[in-house]
Design a protein around this ligand. Structure first.
Ligand code: ZN
Length: 86
């Protein structure tokens, strides 16, 4: 699972990317000054652009940084918290 999508919690656009450990992570599609992740297109599958994501390093050249949608989603934590307390 990778490429552009919509968050099922808040309906905002997100991008699914594959981490260096091979798991999936969703990030906000727009770069942010708060972001600490680097996103890179790795190719296309079935016409959909695939992305790899990793945490930005101090040694990286300045560039676009992205935030995890887990951190910015207005609903995600809300939903998770509700699930924990029930
Ligand atoms: Zn969301």
């Amino acid at each position: 699972m990778s490429g552009s999508a919509t968050c099922k919690y808040c309906d905002r656009p997100i991008v699914w990317a594959t981490t260096t450990r091979g798991s999936n992570m969703c990030v906000d599609p727009n770069p942010s000054t708060r972001g600490d992740f680097v996103l890179a297109a790795t190719g296309t599958v079935d016409g959909k652009v695939q992305f790899a994501v990793r945490r930005a390093l101090d040694t990286d050249a300045p560039g676009r940084r992205y935030t995890s949608h887990f951190d910015t989603c207005p609903q995600w934590r809300h939903t998770a918290a509700r699930r924990e307390s029930s």
